[in-house]
Design a binder for this molecule. Structure first.
Ligand code: HJL
Ligand code: ZN
Length: 190
């Protein structure tokens, strides 16, 4: 194409700076809101809480998996469903999911992971702790939680304590407690 006039220097955008296209890994409230969206998908049941969870690659901000209470077959918890779904997508059994997780994986869950289940199933604290890479290093190093588990079913839940004793850091993300608890307890008898 011929140019018969001087267009001058290349014009650059001098308007407002647009937000980055991808999710921001430091915006914990943003992920907790998405976890709460998951919790709302869970069917109300009087004998447990409706919880939502996300697995996130903290290096890139990418959401690796989402899950909610009773999403997967059987009596399944939100954190467990996240792990199960990611494992399945990588052709692994859940107990080996750590081998496919990025080295800096974190989990967002609307409620502190359980340490004791009335059904006798393996707790989510133990499921998180057993996520190890091929070299034996911990895959999930951090848990962001929206609320502590209310003392309704198992008394004082020691999930956070158990995780921290096993070098998995737990961080409370404040701001959505009321909403999280109202979603979690929908379906409970008054
Ligand atoms: C978390 C969940 C969920 C709970 N907690 N963090 N995620 N449902 O998805 C904790 C509660 C147990 C009860 C009943 N709930 O679920 O303490 O039947 O749901 O094994 O102890 O035990 P089962
Ligand atoms: Zn659990």
């Amino acid at each position: 194409m011929s140019r018969d006039f001087d267009e001058g220097p290349v014009r650059t955008w001098d308007g407002p700076v647009l937000p980055a296209a991808g999710p921001d890994p430091s915006d914990h409230l943003q992920y907790m809101r998405l976890a709460l969206d998951q919790a709302q998908e869970s069917p109300p049941k009087p004998s447990n809480f409706r919880v939502g969870a996300l697995l996130v690659d903290a290096d890139t901000g990418a959401i690796l998996s989402r899950g909610y209470t009773l999403e997967c077959e059987g009596n399944t918890h939100a954190e467990q469903c996240c792990l199960l779904k990611f494992a399945k997508a990588h052709d692994l059994p859940e107990e080996r999911v750590g081998e496919a997780l990025p080295p800096n994986t974190v989990i967002y869950t609307t409620m502190e992971p359980c340490n004791l289940r009335l059904s006798g199933n393996l707790s989510c604290a133990d499921r998180i702790i057993r996520t190890k890479g091929k070299g034996g290093e911990q895959s999930i190093k951090k848990v962001y939680l929206g609320v502590k588990e209310p003392e309704k079913f198992v008394g004082d839940n020691e999930g956070r304590k158990k995780l921290e004793e096993n070098s998995v850091e737990c961080v409370h993300v404040p701001g959505l407690e009321e909403r999280i608890l109202s979603v979690a307890t929908a379906g409970h008898e008054l």
